[in-house]
Structures are given as structure tokens and as C-alpha cells.
Write a protein that binds this ligand. Structure first.
Ligand code: XMP
Length: 317
């Protein structure tokens, strides 16, 4: 019978036998899968697991530091890399969503490859691939798909020539969460909403600037904190704020304003393939809207997205 504890025991034994004294490099994203894969590998090989966590400048407010701290707290051998400027430089002036995704994927590979080269004598690449990623590789949009689309461009980066170890590739998402809980991983990491690899870059329509990222981070943090304190966060499958580069007229005191719009999105879903918009309480929406407009400079209007998928998608880009 499958239980989280039996899975953990056999997997750690298998990893020890397979890896011996070899070194493994693994990219952490802050998400559930890579975190659980890292902790399992850490139990098996300790400091021979070298984790890399990249700040692409497109994460949620304060997320890089808080996630890095919680990984360190778990005892992982982890290196945080501030690559914000490299991503902003690559994104400058790009407005097409697919071009933005490609640029982010390319820079991520460069940054990760540089970091992997610093691990002397590494022979394995660890990945948090889960069973649905294996069987549905066509529809996977994560880093692995990004990497695949770069296969043909100028040869493989060195880290992709490493042998691959994927301790979760027989598990479904709910099993990964159970294993993570049995491993004692922070519930805040295990219960996180899905967050796209390109991050806030696909929640800012059009071109990306650090100023827009800053505004969206502030609004998104107000939104998510309110969902948490209202006890709604865990009932929603995914939520986030979107920055609309549209200006509209408002009034603040005696002054006329002409500023941008924040859109709030929250959906219920099983797997992201279809989704319904959440009927969040009006009082909660009112509180969030007031807090955003009163506190985030540059925003004078908040709207709520009431579109389901299909025909709308969850993200706006
Ligand atoms: P859509 O917008 O296609 O999103 O309805 C479905 C799910 O996929 C996520 N998503 C992405 N994840 N890279 C990712 O890693 C991407 O480029 C990407 N685009 C969408 C989205 O957040 C939702 O959970």
C-alpha cells in the first residue's frame, strides 16, 4: 500500500544507491514540486545536493528573500542568485507575450548554466517533474517546455547534458503534497497557488519596466494578504493581480488623476485546463480595492475579472 512514509523510505534508499557520492544540481522555484524533490534528495545525499534559486525580478513582493530563508531553514545547501537586471535588460521593449516568455526562458538557462558550472564535478540534474508532466509533456508550459523549445538553438547548455534524476515522476500533485507534509515542509510552501515560470512578466500587459513590477508587486501583496486574512486563500485555486497599461480618469481629494488599472483575478480549477472565476464576497473585494487605490501610487481604479476558461485563459498573456 502506498503511504507517504513508505514512499519516502524507499525513495531515499533508491536515491542513495543510485547517487552514491555524486553531486546533484537542482533549480528551486519556490513551488511545491521542486521543493519536495529537493528535500528528498537532501535526505539522501545531504550537501552533495546543490540547489539554485534565481531571482528573476518577476517574483511576488519579498518572495525571493522569504522563500530563500525558508529553504535555508530546512537545511538545504542553496545558493540565491540576484539576476534581476539581466532579466529586465532582456525584456526591455518587448511587448509580445511569446517573445517575453522566450527571453525569460533564455536568460534563465544562461543564469542556471553559469551557476551549475560553479559546482565542481557535478554529474546529475535534479528535477521536480511529476507524473502528469511525464504523460502530458505536450501541454507542459513549465521550465522543461521552455528548455525544450531552446534545444535547437545553438546546442545544449552544459547542465542539460547531465544525467537526470526525478524522484517525483511517479506521483500526482496531491501525493506530492502528502509527501511534502510528511517530510515536514512548511505548509506555506505546500499550499501555494500555482505561479507561472515567467512570473509577473505575463501579468503586466505589454512591456516590462522595474517601476511597473514594483506597482504590481504592491497591489498583488495587498490582494493576496487579504485573501489569506479572510480565510479565502486556500479555497481559491489560483489568484493574482494584473497590471493594465490603460489610463483612466479619477479624483483624489481636489485633484484629477489619470492613472493605471489593476485587475484582480481568482479562479477555481482542478488542473488549470478549465477554470471558473471565483465569486469572492463583495465586502472583501471592496476592502481590497480601497486598500490598493489608497496605498499604491499610480493606480486609481481596480476591476475584477469575471471570465471563465474557456474561452478566456487564466493568465492575461
Ligand atoms: P492559462 O493562462 O493558459 O494558464 O489558462 C493555465 C495555467 O498555466 C499557468 N501558465 C504558465 N506556467 N509558464 C508556466 O510555468 C507559462 O508560460 C505559463 N502560462 C500560463 C497559469 O499560471 C495557470 O496556472
Amino acid at each position: 500500500d502506498w503511504t507517504p512514509d513508505s514512499f519516502i523510505e524507499t525513495t531515499i534508499a533508491e536515491l542513495k544507491a543510485k547517487l552514491g557520492d555524486d553531486k546533484v544540481v537542482l533549480g528551486l522555484s519556490g513551488g511545491v514540486d521542486s521543493s519536495v524533490a529537493a528535500v528528498l534528495l537532501h535526505h539522501a545525499i545531504g550537501a552533495n545536493l546543490h540547489c539554485i534559486f534565481v531571482d528573476n525580478g518577476l517574483l511576488r513582493k519579498d518572495e525571493f528573500k522569504s522563500v530563500l530563508d525558508s529553504y535555508k531553514h530546512m537545511g538545504l545547501n542553496i545558493k540565491g542568485i540576484d539576476a534581476k537586471q539581466r532579466f529586465y535588460d532582456a525584456l526591455a521593449g518587448l511587448t509580445d507575450p511569446e517573445k517575453k516568455r522566450k527571453a525569460i526562458g533564455r536568460v534563465f538557462i544562461e543564469v542556471f548554466d553559469d551557476a551549475a558550472h560553479e559546482v565542481q564535478g557535478v554529474s546529475w540534474l535534479g528535477q521536480g517533474t511529476i507524473y502528469p508532466d511525464v504523460i502530458e509533456s505536450v501541454s507542459v508550459k513549465g521550465p522543461s517546455a521552455t528548455i525544450k523549445s531552446h534545444h535547437n538553438v545553438g546546442g545544449l547548455p552544459d547542465f542539460m547534458k547531465l544525467k537526470v534524476v526525478e524522484p517525483l515522476n511517479t506521483l500526482f500533485k496531491d501525493e506530492v503534497r502528502k509527501v511534502g507534509a510528511a517530510l515536514g515542509i512548511d505548509p506555506n510552501i505546500l499550499g501555494r497557488h500555482p505561479f507561472p515560470g515567467p512570473g509577473l512578466a505575463i501579468r503586466i500587459l505589454g512591456d516590462i519596466t522595474p517601476e511597473k513590477v514594483d506597482i504590481l508587486q504592491q497591489a498583488d501583496a495587498i490582494y493576496i494578504n487579504n485573501l489569506r486574512s479572510a480565510g479565502v486563500y486556500d479555497k481559491v485555486w489560483q489568484a493574482g493581480a494584473i497590471y493594465l497599461p490603460v489610463q483612466s480618469v479619477g479624483v483624489m481629494g481636489d485633484e484629477r488623476t489619470y492613472e493605471n488599472v489593476i485587475c484582480l483575478r481568482a479562479v477555481e480549477s482542478l488542473d488549470g485546463m478549465t477554470a471558473d472565476w471565483c465569486h469572492l464576497p463583495y465586502d472583501l473585494l471592496a476592502k481590497i480595492s480601497n486598500e490598493i487605490i489608497n496605498n499604491v501610487k499610480g493606480i486609481n481604479r481596480v476591476v475584477y475579472d469575471i471570465s471563465s476558461k474557456p474561452p478566456a485563459t487564466i493568465e492575461w498573456e
